[in-house]
Structure formats: C-alpha cells, structure tokens
Ligand binder design. Structure first.
Ligand code: HAM
Length: 424
C-alpha cells in the first residue's frame, strides 16, 4: 500500500468542516480590518529564504526542501528552488517585484501550505498550513507606527475570541533595531565565550556566527546556561524603547492582555522591535499557535526599498487542535434528502434537487434503484432534516410528501411551497 509521506497527512471530512469554519471566520475578521488576500507561489528561489529568513536559522540550515531544477539543454544551468518554509519572504519579494510601495500601506493576508523537514510529532508536520498577514509599506504610509503593531495584535485576539478559543496567552517582547541587535549580539558573544564549550554543538557554532540563535536551543542541559545570558531589553535604544511602550499602551487601552517575555527572540533572522507569540496550554510541547513580529529591514535585505512591516503566521493545524469543537458543531448537514421512487423518477428527482439547491438548500440526492427502506436509512445517516419522496403520483399532482426525520411528522406540500417548508 502506498501511504502518505511521514509528516504529511490527509484532511478528511468531517474534520475539514473545522478548517472551513476557521478559514471563513478568518476571512470575515481580517476583512473587517481591511486586509486583502495575496497568493504567492509554493516554491521560490532558495536564495530568497537564505537571505530573507537567514542562513543560521534552523529553517534554512536544516529544514528546507530544496532541489536543483535543471532543464535538459546543456545550456540550462538550472536553479536552486525551495518549497516555501514560510510566507513572509515571498510576500516581501512580491511587494518589491510589483512595486506595491506605490499603493502606500499594504494589508495582506494568506492561507496556505508551508513545508519544513522537521521531526514529525503532535502539532508538528512537514506540510503544515499557515494563516498569515503582513502590513508593509513605505514609512510615510505609517507602516512603522506602533498603531500597526497594536492593531495586528488586537485583530488576533478578536479572531481567537470569535473562534471560541479560550486560555490563550499573548507573549510579547521587543528585540530592538539592527543597531541594538549588533550591540546585543556582541554582549552575547562575550557572555557565551567562557561557557560555550559546555553547550551543544549547534550552540557552539551559533555563539560565533549568530549568538541570538542560541535562544532557539531546545537541548535541556543548555537551558540553565541560556537563563544566565543578558537579555535584549537592556540593549534597546530610546526610540525602540518608546515604540515598545506605545504598543503596550494601546494594547492596554483596547483591553488586550499580554505577558512580557524577554526570552522571546523568534527563530527567524528578519525580526526587529516587536516580537510575539500566542501560546495555548492544550497544545503540549508545540504550544505556539502563532508567531510574528516586525521586520523593518527585510525589504532592503532582499534588494528592495525601505519598507517597514509587521506580520504573523498562525499554525492552522494547531489552531484547529485548540478549537475544542467537534466538526458536527460547525458542519452544515443536508436540509433534505430526495428519495426517487420508481422507474423514471431519477430525472424528476434531479430536477427538483436543482430547483431546491437554487434556494441555497442543501440537498442530498438519492437513487431510484434504492428501495424506500434503504432511502430512509441513507437519509438518516446523512443527518438530513427531511426526506422528500418523489414518486409518479407526487409528480403528477406536483405535490410532494415531506417527512421530518426527527419528529416523524409528514406533510403534503405543493412544489412551489417546498423551499419555504424545508427552510422553516
Ligand atoms: P513561525 O514561528 O516559524 O513564523 O511559524 C508560525 C507558526 O506556524 C508557528 O507558531 C506554528 O503555529 C506554525 N508552525 C511552524 N512550523 C510548524 C510545523 N512544522 N507544523 C505545524 N505548525 C507549524 C513564521 O513562519 C513567520 N513567517 C511569521 C511571520 C509573518 N512573521 C512576520 N510575518
């Protein structure tokens, strides 16, 4: 038997109803904040992620699905391509490529699969789904303002509330601007120098190449050492300190609760200033439902114009897990099951089904080869509210017998009154 690849999975009905419920709610909430959808390709040049996300990050160093895409011709040198491990770099590439700065402030969102070669476990897949948003534009459009950070965080709190997710926690930090980071990295390098030899191989390397990434370490033995390291908060310059204070002030004003976490540095290199995660207890070790932050220098590092931005990505797989809902709570069951009875009745039943569906009635269509008993069994199994019998007499009279499957009540209803009777 050929099975799905480890770390990938099929999403089947009825579970997909939960995914649809989430995506529908997301589209409603995001559009109330004037966000619009962007769709970027599933694969991009490897260079985009190497430069955007950062060579030293776990994502780029270990987790990308990368291949050499070569043509047949001798002259075709080929290109290194990568399945997108995240969507921010792709959005910023599109921003540069399509000169979206001319539009002022761009408020974009996306829903789609991402790919990382991580060790599969609960809440962690190799093909997973993200729902993300990015706010990006020239500084003159207000893209740098703490108003944008707070609006994004408030939108996320609203979304989680609307989905009925309880007990989530917003963890917030500021990781400063490039200059703060440079000073902080130097301080980290110094602090790591005498202790790094006791740490894991990855940390020994990070201590030299990109000390901030030491905070991504998950090796339990290294954690006490990491706890003793200086924190970024002590290295913020005045503008960054003020920016962070204003984000917090607006969040308090709109009543969004948060916790400061000075260890939160996020695992991607493009971040500046505000960094955040929403965590949820029900998820176990992989407890981040979503993460994000500012990336004020990303566009420039990809060769584009200055374009401050902030965004997030929700792990949709994890969001669905934390819903605490069953698919039945959000599933739309058939309103009516049409049971054709007798020769020639399939045509009549199909005609009637077409009419009813035009009234936005969910119809499951039976088959005249089924006996009436079987039609009732199938109708009950689909969870339909009504069964509608289409036999020769009914068609002649243009009046159909409609039976409520829950109460057993049966009525004869003229054809033109059926939509009303089924919807009432
Ligand atoms: P990230 O923290 O790498 O950020 O991923 C965001 C979320 O995606 C995580 O919090 C988690 O819920 C989910 N996720 C990540 N890896 C997996 C996996 N292997 N299986 C299941 N879920 C996963 C980013 O991707 C940034 N692009 C977010 C962002 C947007 N920052 C600014 N704009």
């Amino acid at each position: 038997m050929i099975k799905a690849i480890r770390g990938t999975r099929d999403l089947l009905p009825p579970d997909t109803a939960l995914w649809n419920f989430v995506e529908k709610t997301v589209r409603e909430v995001f559009s109330a904040y004037n966000f619009h959808e962007i769709r970027t390709p599933l694969f991009e040049s490897t260079e985009l992620f190497a430069r955007g996300v950062g060579e030293e990050t776990d994502i780029v160093a270990k987790e990308m699905y990368t291949w050499e895409d070569r043509g047949r011709a001798e002259s075709d040198k080929g290109q290194s391509l990568t399945l997108r491990p995240e969507n921010t770099a792709g959005v910023v590439r599109a921003y540069i490529e399509h000169n979206l700065q001319a539009r002022g402030l761009n408020k974009l969102y996306y829903i789609g699969p991402q790919f990382r070669r991580e060790r599969p476990q609960k809440g962690r897949y190799r093909q997973f789904y993200q729902i993300g948003a990015e706010v990006i534009g020239p500084a003159t459009s207000g893209s740098e303002s703490p108003v944008r950070d707070a609006e994004l965080l408030e939108m996320l709190a609203t979304l989680l509330d609307r989905l009925g997710i309880k007990d989530y926690c917003l963890e917030l930090n500021s990781i400063g601007c490039a200059a703060d980071r440079a000073r902080y990295n130097e301080a980290l390098r110094l602090a790591l120098e005498p202790v790094k030899d006791k740490m894991c191989g990855d940390c020994q390397r990070r201590a030299v190449t990109n000390p901030l990434r030491v905070f991504d370490c998950k090796v339990p033995e290294d954690q006490p050492t990491i706890e003793t390291l200086p924190r970024i908060g002590q290295f913020l310059d005045e503008p960054c300190r003020q920016h962070f204070a204003q984000v917090q002030e607006i969040l308090r004003a709109v009543g969004v609760e948060f916790q400061l976490n000075d260890r939160l540095v996020r695992g991607l290199d493009y971040y500046t200033r505000t960094a955040f995660e929403f965590t949820h207890g029900a998820l176990g070790a992989q407890n981040a439902i979503l993460g994000g932050g500012r990336y004020d220098g990303l566009s420039e590092s990809l060769g584009g114009p200055a374009a401050p931005g902030i965004g997030f990505a929700i792990g949709e797989d994890r969001l669905v897990m934390s819903l605490g809902k069953s698919p039945e709570e959000v599933l739309r069951k058939p309103d009516a099951y049409i049971a054709p009875l007798g020769a020639g009745m399939n045509n009549e039943a199909a005609r009637l089904a077409r009419e009813l569906r035009q009234h936005d009635i969910v119809v499951e269509l039976g088959d005249a080869s089924f006996r009436l008993k079987k039609s009732f069994e199938v109708a009950t199994k689909t969870g339909a509210n009504y069964i509608l019998i289409v036999g020769e007499n009914e068609v002649k009279a243009n009046t159909f017998s409609l039976k409520n499957l829950a109460t057993g009540e049966q009525k004869s209803i003229p054809r033109d009154q059926l939509p009303g009777a089924i919807q009432s």
